[in-house]
Ligand binder design. Structure first.
Ligand code: ZN
Length: 255
């Protein structure tokens, strides 16, 4: 199997359009139909998911992902976690609990909100085992090993986790990266970065802030994600340099 990274969803917390069919400034185009943020990395036969969005079942079916070995969580917000319940078939398929990885605070919040995944409830078996991450950790399957660096980033009033693996950084929810953690963004092939809106926002980078971080860290390529309804794919793309692109659902690359 080829090594591949896929943006399963690139929309902000309500996706686009919203449930009310609100579309903001978005023109009618498939690249402006956005499910909630999460991503998938395939390394050899190892299949790892980053976050379980409320759209996860549709995202797996659309991208033909049939196996899952582990899940990494960026933080506990509902748009990154609410699809956790959909993971049960992988527990049955793997015949073992699905390992999930996250910071101490994220794991604590997941165990509180989704206790049925971790302890037996009303006769239903738990489907997950939680692992609190260190700065460096790895996920292994047979001879395949995915090495991951994890670091805190500011996301409004909480901290979410940024991840770097295979020279790809994934930072979907962030309004500031602490100075001491900028070193993790050196020499990247891809920087996948939060870019919520044109206007400033207290919990997310806006377009100007995302572009200045890209300018500072100089990845070979950058992909903007967590896009709100004021960021039309084609409008933004034509203004960006060639090595920076807005994400769209299903954007994937071999690495
Ligand atoms: Zn969030």
């Amino acid at each position: 199997m080829k090594n591949r990274f896929t943006i399963l969803g690139c929309g902000s917390s309500l996706g686009s359009p919203w449930i009310t069919n609100f579309k903001g400034n978005l023109k009618k185009n498939i690249k402006n139909i956005r499910t909630r943020c999460c991503a998938h990395i395939q390394k050899g036969n190892l299949s790892v998911l980053i976050d379980t969005s409320p759209d996860i079942k549709y995202q797996f079916l659309k991208n033909k992902i049939r196996n899952l070995d582990s899940i990494i969580y960026t933080h506990e917000h509902a748009d990154q976690t609410a699809g956790i319940f959909e993971m049960r078939p992988f527990y049955w398929q793997n015949k073992s609990k699905i390992p999930i990885y996250g910071s101490r605070r994220t794991i604590k919040a997941l165990k509180k909100s989704y206790s049925f995944c971790f302890v037996e409830k009303q006769g239903y078996k738990p489907i997950m085992k939680a692992k609190i991450i260190n700065k460096d950790f790895s996920i292994k399957k047979n001879n395949t090993k995915l090495s991951i660096k994890a670091f805190d980033v500011n996301h409004g009033l909480i901290q979410s986790t940024g991840y770097v693996m295979e020279k790809i950084a994934y930072i979907s929810d962030c309004n500031k990266i602490p100075q001491k953690n900028l070193k993790y963004l050196n020499n990247l092939n891809y920087l996948i970065l939060d870019c919520l809106k044109i206007n400033k926002h207290p919990s997310h980078f806006n377009l100007d802030e995302a572009l200045s971080l890209i300018n500072l860290t100089k990845p070979k390529k950058a992909i903007l994600t967590n896009l709100h309804t004021d960021l039309d794919y084609f409008e933004i793309k034509k203004k960006l340099p060639k090595n920076i692109t807005p994400a769209y659902d299903g954007l994937s690359f071999e690495y």
